[in-house]
Design a protein around this ligand. Sequence first.
Ligand code: ATP
Length: 314
Amino acid sequence: PGSSPAGGPLRSRSVTAVSVRVPAKVNLQLSVGPLRDDGYHDLVSVFHAVSLFDELSAEPNEELAVRVEGASAEEVPADGDNLAARAARLLAERIGVHPGVLLRIRKAIPVAGGMAGGSADAAAALVACDRLWNAGLEPGELAELGAAIGSDVPFALLGATAVGLGRGERLSPVPVKGRFHWVFALAEGGLSTPAVYAECDRLRAAHGEWIGAPQVSERLTTALANGDAKELGSALANDLQPAAIMLRPSLRRTLTASRDLGALGALVSGSGPTCAFLAESDAHALDLAAALSDAGVARSIARAYGPVPGATVL
Ligand code: ATP
């Protein structure tokens, strides 16, 4: 015990706890193709990681255990169903170790809010346990394990801004100039992602819509590359929005209010019910957040910027 020079014996001792910070995502574009035979849809999803973070720590324990803290902790399973626990178990199987780990999760990402909070925690658990167990897997190997848990997990590992194809898990980074400022309206209670997709299919069938293969919006990627917030605001698009509004009609009022209050763009985040509003600057985001709060159109308001890195060891 005691101090040791850098590179000395203490360095090789096993790690006792690893903390990881992982961001929420908003989909700047979510284009949903026709329903596939396997029940999924081909997607074009432009993911954008924002500075709304969950924190997860992993420490050695006899058995796999989960503790969840934070405002909405009671809405999150604290057993083997937690996506972070499933990720730890999968990694342990992959590398052939006993999954003896206590995962402590501090939630800040809204639960069932369309911001991929559960996927974020799964990504954080992969990164933390990989370090705790000295597994040293390559990023691609972690992404593959992540994709087996959920299609949004690989993006939570990667972060920044990326196009996701397939079910959203085949990622390519998208260049972004500068930083964008966001305001999020968090709703009371979540929406189930499968229910929102089912409603989307139902609405499309009812309208007899023909649905082609989804395409990446060039207008959106150009706006991102140029750091043009105004253009980005008008290029935001989410095919799940009508379904989310159908299941939660109050979202329409939230979106309209934000436009009246000067947001450059507004949309439902992923499958909702969180709504995302783009501001011109940090100062504008502050004003917009205050105005939305006064308008009483959300349970709570959060501000964040993007892009930010994916799951990172602290
Ligand atoms: P997405 O945007 O990927 O559709 P979401 O943000 O709408 O997801 P999540 O917060 O990821 O939804 O959670 C969906 C459900 O998953 C929750 O209702 C919860 O029961 C379950 N769940 C399992 N593990 C977690 C976790 N670590 N954090 C949050 N929810 C979890």
